[in-house]
Write a protein that binds this ligand. Sequence first.
Ligand code: NAP
Length: 519
Amino acid sequence: WPAGQVPEAAVKEFSAIVIGAGAAGLVASVHLQRLGIPFTVIERNHDVGGTWLENTYPGCRVDSSNHMYSYSFEPNHFWPQHFSTQPVLLDYFRGVAQRYGIREKVRFRTVVEEMAWDEGRALWKVRLKTPSGIEHVEAKAVVTAVGQLNRPRFPDIKGRETFKGPAFHSAEWRHDVDLTGKRVAVIGTGASAYQFVPEIAPKVGQLTVFQRTPPWGFPVPHYHEDVPEGMNWLLEHVPFYDKWYRFWMFWMVTDGLLPMVTADPGWNGPPTAVSEVNQGFREMIAMAIAAQAPERPDLVAKVIPNYPIGGKRSLLDNGVWLAALQRENVELVTDGIAEITETGIVTADGTAREFDVIIYGTGFHASKFLWPMKIKGRGGADLHETWAGDPRAYLGMTTPGFPNLFMIYGPNTNIVVNGSIIFFSECSVRYILGCLKLLAQTGAAALEPRREVHDAFNIKVDEGNKLMAWGAPQVTSWYKNEAGRVTQNWPFALVDYWRATLAPNPDDFVLQKAPEMAG
Ligand code: NAP
């Protein structure tokens, strides 16, 4: 903030709580620190890193290129691989926390259980569960940076609890369970399983992968490759090369893909596509998949999705997935699971298979935003009751009736084919800081979006999502809530979010006077 634009006292007297010290919480922290705004970070884990701390399954790595899946203010010209592995990512986030002095601001192993807006004093009263008991703290603003994908979801399958052997979720990998020579079942074939199945397949005795819906994989031959030395040299030494490379990727492999997954309302073709371009894209990718298993038409028939490409998150295919499924010790089962027993899994056709270990790659409670925190806004209204399974926010960040509550990676800010969620976090933080600046400049105590602005925005988002492959009625996914509304995804380009979040428009908000000014 340019000197003189914001009263210094207003900045110093402000207080913020950031919930989460993952990738997004660190962006918020770095910039609050830079502006001199007092803040505390509450983190349930023992360390920073969020998803990159929690997910340690074999083969875990980023599937957006690191040269864009990194902070704009902390470029790394020496990523060892284009798509680095989890330990490399975790080191990066730990390094950022260290360099910017964020660790000292974090209260680790502490959970926000409940927060309530105190109308009279215009602040959030927050109940914490700390290692030494319950504690209450207060802050003028709360920034949630809790991610969407960190509450493991186990499937609702009959008998799940009865299985006698080790059974665990991919996000809670049991490194103490030796899989060597074991009969292992994997349930789920999403982004996580796609990465760990090829890693464990050579080690286990027998691997059975239970697939309900196959994923689409884009051919990316360099997915596991090192960044060539020459590229590192260019990034480091040629002026603006790194900026250009990052921009090129944002455009070529993210926003540039949107037209291929956009629905044509006049499309008369099969429901396996949403437009002619989407159909062509589908044929191209299906050919690339089929070419990997020329001797196995039975397998190819199972792994080519029957939903439009872009309907679910597309994965990066360098051949290891199909290679794993073609191993002699690997079986891909597409019959539905009827029951889990003490010793194994029974499919709908009555086949019973025995296992030593079951691994769940079944995803997360993504659409339960901010769950299980209890959040009481103006008039004691409960956020989850207000949303009633249909979370909505203005630009994914603010919601009426919940003043000075700012969400990063909130409703409708997830991206399917286009881009890096870190970019979104940076846009959100810039906007949130713009809101704090607005408070400081006007002397207001709190702000919340106008109902009509919030509603109009959500109508626009819904209309946008209906035109995307992931919004197509024939597609089911965690992007949609029970009513079929896409609650997760941003339907537009990254550049549109960037533009929409450059600075808050004061007219979009209701400003609450400071308590001493009130009345
Ligand atoms: P996911 O994409 O939600 O996949 C869950 C899988 O479990 C799906 O194949 C799903 O099938 C299956 N499943 C769920 N319930 C089932 C049941 N009752 N019976 C049989 N199968 C069932 O979860 P994820 O793989 O953990 O990935 C979640 C998200 O995390 C990704 O979309 C991505 O955004 C992120 N992620 C990113 C990376 C990365 O960047 N490297 C890696 C991992 C995850 P259906 O499709 O039929 O529901």
